[in-house]
Design a protein around this ligand. Structure first.
Ligand code: ADP
Length: 324
C-alpha cells in the first residue's frame, strides 16, 4: 500500500491528535504518502484533503480536540454521498483509510467498505464513552474520567463545607461507564447509570442512613441517560422527599470532552495509530484496532458496534459497599 488517508469522525476525544501523529509518522516511515482528511466524512465527500508530513503533526501529542477537525455527516448516510466520497478517494489514489471515531463512524465505514471493497479501512476507537466492544479502553476515556474526578473533588469541598447534597451529571446517554469509574474514584454516595434501574426510594434510604451517621456532604453521580431523568429532575424529586440537606446540581457538560490527554490516552493513541498502519500494510480491512489485556487486537466492525457492554456487577457492588 502506497497511499493512505487518516480522518477523525463523530465526537472529538482527547488523544485523537496523538493518534493522527502516530498514523502519519508510521505511514511516512514505511514510505507511504499520507493524506489528512478535514472534518471526517464531510471532508471525503468534499475532497478536502491535506498532504501530511512529519512537521504537520509536530507539537500536537499534548493537545485535545483534533487538528483535522471532526464532523457528523448526514450526506455520508446516503448512497450518493458515499459515491462522492469514493470518487474523491479514487481520484487521489488513496488505497487505505484510518478512521478514528466511535461506533457511528464504524457503522459508516462498514457500509462504505461493503459498497467499495477496493478501499481498505481500519478503525481506531476514539470516543470518551468507552462503549466499543473489542478494546478495554477507547482513546479519550481516561482523560474524560480524570476530568470528572478533578471537577468532583472540587465540588466535594463545597458539599462538605456546607453539608450539601450534590447531583453531578456526567456524559453517557447510552452508557454509564464514565459515571461508574469516576464515581468509584470520587467516593460517590451513589452512581446512577442507564444500564440499571434507578430506585429513588432506595436512594433516599441511603441518604437518610448517611445523614444519621453525620456524613458531611453527599455527591451522587448521574449519567445523563439515567432512566430516572437528568440530574435536575432527580434532584427535584429527591429534595421533595428528603429535605435534611440542601440539594444542588452541577452539569459537567463539555468540559469532559476537551483538555490535554492523559499519559494513558497518549500512549494508547500512539500504539493503535501505529498498529492501524501496520494492519493496513498486512492487508487487514474492515476492522478496529483495539487493546485487550495489554495486547493489540483487531475486531471486525460488525462486532465492535454491537453494544453488548455489560456493566460489571462486582464494580456495582463495590460502589454500593463503599458508599455505606
Ligand atoms: P461517533 O463515531 O462518535 O459514534 P456518530 O454516531 O455521529 O459519531 O457517527 C459519525 C458519522 O458516521 C455520522 O455523522 C455519519 O456520517 C456516519 N454514520 C453513522 N452511521 C452510519 C450509517 N449507518 N451509514 C453511513 N454512515 C453512518
Amino acid at each position: 500500500m502506497k497511499h493512505i488517508a487518516v480522518l477523525t469522525s463523530g465526537g472529538d476525544a482527547p488523544g485523537m491528535n496523538a493518534c493522527i501523529r502516530a498514523v502519519v509518522r508510521t505511514g511516512l516511515y514505511h514510505g507511504m504518502k499520507v493524506t489528512g482528511v478535514v472534518a471526517g466524512y464531510e471532508g471525503l465527500i468534499n475532497g478536502d484533503f491535506r498532504d501530511m508530513d512529519y512537521a504537520s503533526v509536530g507539537n500536537i501529542i499534548q493537545r485535545g480536540g483534533t487538528i483535522l477537525k471532526t464532523a457528523r455527516s448526514k450526506e455520508f448516510m446516503t448512497a450518493e454521498g458515499r459515491k462522492k466520497a469514493y470518487d474523491h478517494v479514487n481520484a487521489q489514489g488513496i488505497e487505505g483509510i484510518v478512521i478514528i471515531g466511535g461506533d457511528g463512524s464504524f457503522r459508516g465505514a462498514d457500509v462504505f467498505t461493503t459498497e467499495y471493497p477496493d478501499i481498505k479501512v481500519i478503525g481506531i476507537p476514539g470516543t470518551i464513552d468507552n462503549d466499543l466492544f473489542g478494546t478495554d479502553f477507547t482513546i479519550g476515556y481516561d482523560t474524560a474520567i480524570n476530568t470528572v474526578v478533578n471537577a468532583v473533588d472540587n465540588i466535594r469541598d463545597t458539599a462538605t463545607s456546607h453539608n450539601r447534597l450534590f447531583f453531578v451529571e456526567v456524559m453517557g446517554r447510552d452508557a454509564g461507564l464514565i459515571a461508574l469509574r469516576s464515581g468509584i474514584a470520587v467516593g460517590a454516595e451513589a452512581i446512577l447509570i442507564p444500564e440499571t434501574k434507578t430506585h429513588i426510594d432506595k436512594l433516599i434510604t441511603q441518604l437518610e442512613r448517611g445523614w444519621k451517621r453525620q456524613k458531611s456532604g453527599h455527591v451522587i453521580i448521574v449519567a445523563e441517560g439515567d432512566d430516572a431523568g437528568g440530574a435536575f429532575k432527580i434532584a427535584e424529586i429527591v429534595q421533595q422527599k428528603f429535605d435534611k440537606l440542601e440539594t444542588k446540581v452541577a452539569i459537567l457538560g463539555h468540559i469532559q470532552r476537551g483538555g490535554h490527554p492523559t499519559c494513558m490516552d497518549r500512549v494508547l493513541a500512539t500504539r493503535l495509530g501505529y498498529e492501524s498502519v501496520i494492519g493496513l500494510r498486512e492487508g487487514k480491512n474492515r476492522m478496529m484496532a483495539g487493546q485487550v489485556s495489554g495486547q493489540v487486537k483487531f475486531t471486525p466492525f460488525s462486532q465492535t458496534v454491537k453494544h453488548i457492554m455489560d456493566v460489571n456487577d462486582t464494580i456495582l457492588k463495590i460502589a454500593e459497599i463503599m458508599s455505606l
